[in-house]
Design a protein around this ligand. Structure first.
Ligand SMILES: [Zn+2]
Length: 149
């Protein structure tokens, strides 16, 4: 799990939540996180001590900001993704199920946790359209992994 794209609490643009330390050298779940906005320079820090992360909804698990990538579809459901990679994973999953029947391919645990309505065949056209719509809202400079200056 890398960057999470959220709605900036100050300007309503795209802000990014990312680990402060290198996720390859520390336990990624337990390192501090920064929330930073490229548009208005808003910045906040989340500390693992004394605060818990909360997973499983259309908000980031640390700052509880609404995710940028979310849209209602399939009759009141909310399709959401943490970032561009997550969105592409869901897209790939839904498209693969368009083509293939038979044994499940080895997907990541992130995809195993997808709700049943996303996995439902009757929703896949609408989900594919919703993903295209969400992808179009991503500014090109957000969600790409960049080296620190
Ligand atoms: Zn902002």
């Amino acid at each position: 799990m890398s960057d999470i794209i959220v709605v900036c609490p100050r300007c309503g643009g795209t802000a990014v939540v990312r680990p402060q330390t290198d996720p390859t050298t520390a336990l990624p779940w337990f390192c501090p996180r920064n929330l930073s906005c490229l548009a208005c320079a808003y910045s906040a820090t989340w500390q693992p001590e004394g605060s818990s992360s909360c997973w499983g909804g259309p908000f980031d698990p640390y700052f509880r900001r609404p995710l940028w990538l979310q849209a209602s579809c399939c009759g009141g459901k909310t399709l959401w993704a943490f970032n561009r990679e997550h969105l592409e994973l869901i897209d790939g999953y839904v498209r693969a199920r368009l083509r293939e029947r038979g044994p499940e391919r080895p997907y990541t645990s992130l995809l195993e946790k997808l709700p049943a309505w996303i996995k439902s065949a009757k929703h896949r056209d609408e989900i594919t359209r919703t993903i295209q719509r969400l992808r179009a809202t991503l500014p090109s400079e957000v969600g790409e992994r960049r080296m620190p200056r």
